[in-house]
Ligand binder design. Structure first.
Ligand SMILES: C[S@@+](CC[C@H](N)C(=O)[O-])C[C@H]1O[C@@H](n2cnc3c(N)ncnc32)[C@H](O)[C@@H]1O
Length: 247
């Protein structure tokens, strides 16, 4: 036992060192790319908290999802770039503050610095209690209004184990679809982030079963090497009560 333990510890140390050296090279390369990334520079210039804003911007400019008066739910909103984009889009003059023609409710596991006009809920979207708080917020003041657009950039912490990661991603996407079936207007839209891999085809099928039109997007701002992609569902196929698997 001892004899086995020593070599494996030594080997383990070597492997750990190798990984550290490689890891620091990768980190340096990532940092270099990040600093020189045109979308990072643009985000800084335009006051967005993250370059992610330009992914939603491209999708929105293609499909015209966010319109004056829209009611938008932003899932996985922190640090807040998508909410900032929607907020500006719903301002008559595109301003980050002041008049807002629409409503935005944002939700994330992590805290988010306030954005004027955006209602923020901190919690795990997978938890029933958090869903209830979100639903209560949607019907604040006793008015139960349907949502025009649900945007979800939620991403689990990836473990690198493909089957486990695929299941986690699928779980979040399925919950976003289920939420949308209950809360979107008949002509509403759902945008979700997805990764190529095991969960991709089943999620595309779920979208096709749920929405009348399904679009796939790889925005220019999405890092080229990333397997990240976006699915957009437009118009519910059936009212929620008639949707298969929806209770
Ligand atoms: C890529 S970031 C979102 C960036 C955001 N769209 C923006 O523009 O600033 C993904 C977010 O998803 C959140 N997230 C992951 N799983 C979640 C869950 N189960 N419930 C709520 N938020 C979750 C993470 O905390 C993280 O902040």
């Amino acid at each position: 036992m001892k004899a086995n333990t020593k070599p494996s510890t030594a080997a383990g140390t070597k492997v750990a060192r190798k990984t550290d050296a490689k890891g620091s090279k990768v980190n340096k390369a990532w940092l270099h790319d990040h600093i020189n990334d045109p979308y990072v520079k643009l985000a800084k210039r335009e006051g967005y908290r993250a370059r992610a804003a330009y992914k939603l911007k491209e999708i929105d400019e293609n499909l015209g999802l966010i319109r004056p008066g829209s009611f938008v739910v932003d899932l996985g909103s922190t640090p807040g770039a998508w909410s900032q984009y929607v907020r500006r889009k719903l301002s008559p003059g595109g301003a980050a503050a002041g008049e807002l023609n629409g409503q935005i409710v944002a939700l994330d596991l992590l805290p988010m610095d306030p954005i004027e006009g955006v209602i923020f809920i901190q919690g795990d979207f997978r938890e029933v209690e958090v869903l209830h708080i979100l639903e209560q917020t949607l019907s604040a003041g006793g008015v139960s209004r349907k949502v025009d657009v649900v945007i979800s950039d939620m991403a689990p912490n990836l473990s690198g184990i493909e089957s486990a990661d695929a299941a986690r991603i699928a779980d979040l996407v399925e919950l976003a679809v289920e939420f949308s079936v209950h809360h979107l207007t008949q002509e509403g839209a759902l945008v979700v982030k997805l990764f190529h891999g095991g969960a991709y085809d089943p999620m595309v099928k779920l979208f096709k079963d749920t929405f009348r039109t399904v679009k796939r997007f790889k925005p220019k701002a999405s890092r080229p090497g990333s397997s990240e992609t976006f699915l957009v569902g437009l118009g519910l196929k059936m009212p929620d009560a008639a949707m298969p698997g929806v209770s």
